[in-house]
Design a protein around this ligand. Structure first.
Ligand SMILES: Cc1cc2nc3c(=O)[nH]c(=O)nc-3n(C[C@H](O)[C@H](O)[C@H](O)COP(=O)(O)OP(=O)(O)OC[C@H]3O[C@@H](n4cnc5c(N)ncnc54)[C@H](O)[C@@H]3O)c2cc1C
Length: 467
């Protein structure tokens, strides 16, 4: 039975980074991780992070040729549904790494800063003090049930959100389950092209209409062909085989390896904090709305949390929701508003059918280098001049019967809802006492918006018996 300042549940990217930072601030930190060290984060191998983001968050960038670094590549393209038009994205280099090995390095760094790790330790429940406030956690190891006391429990357990889900309905932190509708089921095909004259990097890019991409895969493979979809891996595979591979002409390839993994696709929780509690990373749904990546986007909130929590601890103030509330407000301003207001607009965009999107790529409507090249991280910078231009071209597309009126309605609806979410998040309450009123408005808006799963192909859902 130990006593800590911070008890972190989950020792993957978010948990390790937060552990290192809090330990560096002089806090006594314990990380409990369900898996044994050799089994942590094994569902997929290669992942990437923007080089600029790695520098921003002080993440080590291994030298070229030094493991777990695998490769570095530049900007990526946005590609039209039939693979005809390539629009170049912003030039922001990305580092490809082996995930398990990189997490083990992060854990080592955290340990060197003073954090303790217990592997094979599964969170089972909170422990509470005499007044009913969270005071630590119970966890199960091979030696039976253990207890650790802490001023703060940080849930970094990913999609299962094991601690967040134990909170009562009265908590400002939503205790919802991340269901198959709100998960992006990712299938990665590691391929080798049959013709060795093929230049794999010429095919790299993102196909928004299928939520599919081609990217470097590292030693031994030519590319990763990836696809993500709601509900199940079968859904993603069906879109890949019956739509993506049918419409996009790829050089012939052999699949060498297949990996599967899940990432949340859901608005972030509204409040990250409660008395003695914070939720972070995938458990708080902090993944990028454009691609579902979450390793660095989670750190935007984690960095704010380190600042607020370490200051409170230094001033010997309790880690109550009132004292930590500024984490919510600052995160919404720093990233939450941009991420969550983009979601309804993207939903409008992915409802365009393949022919409509192809027409828009051909005519630089929305799908233009001016837009993708100017993308700041994940934030679309929309200029009034561009919007006016697109509206004129869209009207012309409708007149030529290249774009359906129903698609225009979806786009306009998405744009309007994006703006409404943006305005609502600008009014995020300064204090917890004003939260209930704001939450009621936000719940109503998100109910109207719905989820990305509603843009799934109804024929495929029917074929797979998904209702
Ligand atoms: C196929 C695929 C490819 C991806 N590629 C990228 C990419 O290139 N770049 C990027 O930024 N993101 C990528 N992502 C998203 C990224 O994996 C996640 O956003 C990121 O891993 C979230 O980190 P996390 O620490 O919050 O949660 P997780 O990585 O999910 O870690 C949670 C940890 O908590 C532990 N845990 C769970 N339950 C308990 C319990 N009861 N007790 C104790 N411990 C527990 C788990 O074992 C795990 O180690 C990808 C996702 C997928 C599926």
């Amino acid at each position: 039975m130990g006593k800590y300042d911070i008890l972190i549940v989950g020792g993957s990217t978010t948990g390790c980074w937060f552990a290192e930072r809090m330990a560096k601030e002089g806090c006594k930190v314990l990380v409990i991780e369900k898996e044994l060290p050799e089994d942590v984060s094994r569902s997929y191998d290669i992942f990437h992070m923007g080089e600029g983001e790695m520098i921003q968050f002080g993440l080590d960038i291994p030298e070229e040729g030094v493991q777990p670094r695998e490769f570095r590549f530049g900007s990526s393209n946005m590609i039209s549904p039939y693979g005809t038009y390539y629009k170049k994205g912003a030039d922001s280099p990305v580092i490809g790494l082996h995930k398990h090995d990189y997490i083990m390095l992060m854990a080592e760094k955290a340990k060197n800063s003073g954090a303790e790790f217990i592997y094979g330790a599964e969170f089972t429940d909170f422990v509470y003090d005499a007044s009913g406030k969270i005071a630590g956690a119970k966890y199960k190891t091979a030696d039976g049930e253990q207890v650790a006391y802490a001023k703060l429990v940080a849930d970094c357990s990913g999609i299962p959100s094991v601690a967040r889900r134990k909170l009562p309905d009265t908590s400002p932190v939503c205790n919802f389950k991340i269901t198959p509708k709100d998960i992006f089921y990712v299938v990665l095909y590691y391929v080798k092209y049959l013709d060795e004259n093929v230049k794999p990097r010429e095919y790299d890019g993102f196909f928004m209409q299928y939520k599919a991409w081609s990217a470097p895969a590292g030693e031994g493979y030519d590319a990763i062909l990836g696809i993500g979809g709601s509900y199940s891996y079968e859904y993603s595979e069906e879109v890949f085989n019956t739509q993506f591979m049918k419409n996009v002409k790829y050089p012939e390839y052999e699949v060498k390896k297949i990996e599967k993994g899940m990432t949340p696709y859901h608005r972030s929780v509204y409040s990250f904090v409660d008395d003695g509690f914070i939720v972070m990373g995938d458990a708080a749904c902090l993944t990028k709305p454009t691609c579902g990546e979450g390793c660095t986007s989670s750190l935007v909130q984690a960095e704010i949390a380190v600042d607020v929590i370490s200051t409170l601890l230094k001033e010997k103030l309790p880690l109550t929701k009132e004292n930590m509330w500024s984490i919510n407000k600052r995160y919404m301003k720093a990233q939450g508003k941009d991420f969550d207001s983009l979601r309804p607009l993207l939903m409008g965009v992915v409802t365009l059918d393949f022919d409509e999107a192809e027409y828009m790529f051909a005519n630089d409507i929305v799908f233009s280098e001016a837009l993708f090249g100017a993308m700041d991280g994940n934030n679309l910078i929309l200029k009034g001049k561009d919007i006016a231009n697109w509206l004129t071209q869209i009207a012309s597309g409708v007149a030529k019967k290249k774009i359906r009126m129903s698609s225009i309605k979806n786009l306009v609806k998405g744009l309007a809802q994006s703006m409404e979410i943006g305005m609502l998040y600008d009014q995020y309450p300064e204090l917890p006492e004003d939260f209930a009123k704001w939450k009621a408005k936000a719940d109503k808006k998100w109910e109207e918006i719905g989820s990305l799963s509603e843009t799934c192909d109804p024929e495929i859902l029917k074929k797979l018996g998904i209702s």
